[in-house]
Write a protein that binds this ligand. Structure first.
Ligand code: IPD
Length: 350
């Protein structure tokens, strides 16, 4: 049933939410838009660009000399793509049968048996391929069950098996598998499989970002008035926070910008920044597993990440602005009304 709705609808909120059916022509438009930013294929790259972490969880982009050392994590990267595809197939299959919904932190923070099963499939596959001991794992559902969310120097997989669980439950056609890999707290690669659209976004540090093997790049728009911005409502329904979220959205909309959007999955939102479909995505309340893979994809596509207060991006802080460039990022930051969100690693900091 879910699959029948895949070709479907688009989420637009400008105070109200409007659903559109995407006509076949729009599908071609999307393809055209991605190819507008498509420069070369993965195999024809000659120059490497690096994503560095100047602080443990902060990303920046520099250019490396040609012939720089080969990426030692190639096998892990290739395997992550394979596993994401397998997980996505599992999600599509599950969407055709009855979906059992449970809740986590609140009545709107949903989880399904599929989230749990798919996370197990991903982690078991990675352990089987690479062994049990060498790697750390941060998985959304494992953390929900009480496993601490600790990013150490150990090579660590950061996994969101079903990003966009609410979409999945409702048949809203954007759901992604997100797998990132960090070594010494530096993100090495990220894979986001938008499994209902069947689009595979991926990026390795220093090697560019790709969608289905075509290189992608952020938009070059610097004028905020010509931008589309993405944000989300998140899963916290306390009136004070919701008021700040809507107030921020109103302020940004009235700059004015061309539009506000939200796909319902943070990972996909970041890929939309990376391929130039929108200029920026920001949110307070997201988790590291929602954005780790997207963080590599955005920066490798030429974009940037900042904290919502304009400081350096921090993967564990649960707040982020990802944008095509600094001008757009800083203009949005001026309008964001910040509210507190407990860090992902808060438990170990206490
Ligand atoms: C959610 C999605 C959503 C974002 C929430 C996330 P989940 O992830 O990414 O877009 O607004 O903050 O929690 O729970 O579907 O994996």
């Amino acid at each position: 049933m879910l699959l029948h709705r895949v070709r479907g609808c688009f989420f637009l909120f400008e105070a109200v939410v409007v659903l559109f059916q995407i006509p076949p022509s729009l599908k071609h438009l999307k393809i055209h838009l991605s190819s507008r930013h498509c420069q070369t294929s993965e195999s024809s790259l000659s120059e490497a660009t690096f994503v560095n972490l100047s602080s443990p969880t902060c990303l920046s982009r520099t250019t490396a000399a040609p012939g720089a050392m080969a990426d030692p994590w190639q096998r892990a990267y290739d395997f992550a793509v394979e596993v994401a595809r397998k997980a996505g197939a599992e999600i599509r299959k599950a969407g055709e049968s009855e979906i059992r919904v449970m809740t986590k932190s609140s009545t709107v923070d949903l989880v399904t048996k599929t989230d749990e099963r798919v996370e197990k499939i991903i982690i078991d596959s990675l352990k089987e391929e690479f062994g049990n001991d060498t790697y750390g794992f941060i998985g959304e559902e494992s953390v929900a069950k009480g496993i601490p969310c600790i990013l150490t120097d150990k090579p660590t997989w950061i996994i969101d098996p079903v990003d966009g669980t609410t979409n999945f439950v409702h048949g809203f056609p954007f759901v992604a598998v997100s797998i990132a890999f960090a070594v010494k707290k530096r993100l090495e690669f990220g894979v986001v499989y938008s499994c209902l659209e069947d689009k595979m976004y991926k990026a390795r540090r220093g090697k560019g970002a790709f969608c289905d093997d075509e290189r992608i790049q952020v938009s070059d728009v610097k004028d905020i008035h010509k931008s589309i911005i993405i944000s989300e409502h998140g899963t916290d329904r306390s009136p004070e926070k919701v008021t700040k979220i809507f107030s921020t959205m109103q302020r940004i909309l009235c700059i004015p910008v061309h539009g506000l959007r939200g796909s319902g999955t943070a990972a996909t939102n970041m890929c939309l920044v990376a391929c130039g479909a929108v200029e920026a995505f920001f949110e307070i309340g997201i988790h590291c597993w929602d954005i780790a893979a997207g963080a590599v994809i955005v920066t490798e596509a030429g974009g940037m990440l900042l904290d919502v207060d304009g400081g350096p991006f921090d993967l564990m802080s649960r707040r982020m602005v990802s944008a095509n460039n600094e001008v757009i990022a800083n203009r949005i930051i001026k309008e964001i009304e910040i509210f507190p969100a407990e860090r992902d690693d808060a438990v170990i900091k206490k």
